[in-house]
Design a protein around this ligand. Sequence first.
Ligand code: PBG
Ligand code: ZN
Length: 347
Amino acid sequence: MLQDLPAKSKPRYTIAMNAFPDLRLRRARRTPGIRALFDLEIPDPAKWCWPLFLVPGAGVKAEIASMPDQFHWSADRICEAVEPAVRQGVGSVLLFGQSDRPKDNGGSGAWDERGPVQQAVRALKRAFPQLTVMTDVCLCAYTSHGHCAPLRPDGALDNDAACACLAKVALSHAAAGADVVAPSAMMDGQVAAIRASLAEDGFDDTLLMAYSTKFASACYGPFRDAEGSAPTPPPGAPADRRGYQASPANPRAALLESALDEQEGADLLMVKPALFYTDMIAALKARTLLPVAAYNVSGEYAMLIATARAGWGDLRDLVRESALALTRAGADLIISYWANRYDELLA
Ligand code: PBG
Ligand code: ZN
């Protein structure tokens, strides 16, 4: 009966529930299943790239003292090295090398078509045609002074001569079958020089990943030990790489480096190091439509290993949290020494 209804019904709730106690964010974090609904995921192994170190000789597999669990490999064992990563689904590798030729001012060992990197590229493309093989294009492991460019008689870096050398290196890698060449010398015009040489020789399909925003970082130490590529300058030559790598204190110039590499014909850009520079990854992503790689460098790797070994943190948790930092920042490709342990640490 109508008259049984209360004369005036009072709403039992308000429409705007945007404050405690109605609003409780912990609801969306209560169980692993609920969290998984909302959380970002660590990228699939296909989005990871594993760097590897080639050395001259045969039968070599030697642990790198400054980079625990990473090894020097000779080209004849490179397929054995890479097979477990391929099995886990890792999409790409990035090859670094050294030569048994004497080091010289121009780093000529770097474009030896029988060098360890060139041999390894051929072997890998034969054994794993579906694996994307990238190569680092630089001179510092091959020059007598450890700089990424030849030195002029006055000790200054010869930028334009370096570009010509780097183009020869990139061509030798492309000719061996590299899918991606990645110049890391931070010389002005290096991307344009390499793109032009590739085009001239008909390598239209070779991708060019520019180490476009590469900082003069203190985080490369373990790598330089592994590569024997620390600068050992003669008198009059620069003591470090600050004259060519980007300044950590000048983010605008660092972004301009990437913008120029894009104009010069890069297919992929990169920020390096990665974890100290997540702001740069995000800023670059906002400014380019090219894919952006993040290079999680040797010193960043060493920091987590050292923390875990001291018993101050769990390695898997540390690695996963760092991978999420790069994912949040917007990295499309993660170049990392963890890649070969994807199943153990990242899956
Ligand atoms: C050389 C090069 C370096 C790295 C990659 N290519 C070191 C440097 O610039 O001295 C660093 C990689 C790492 O630390 O993992 N051009
Ligand atoms: Zn270099």
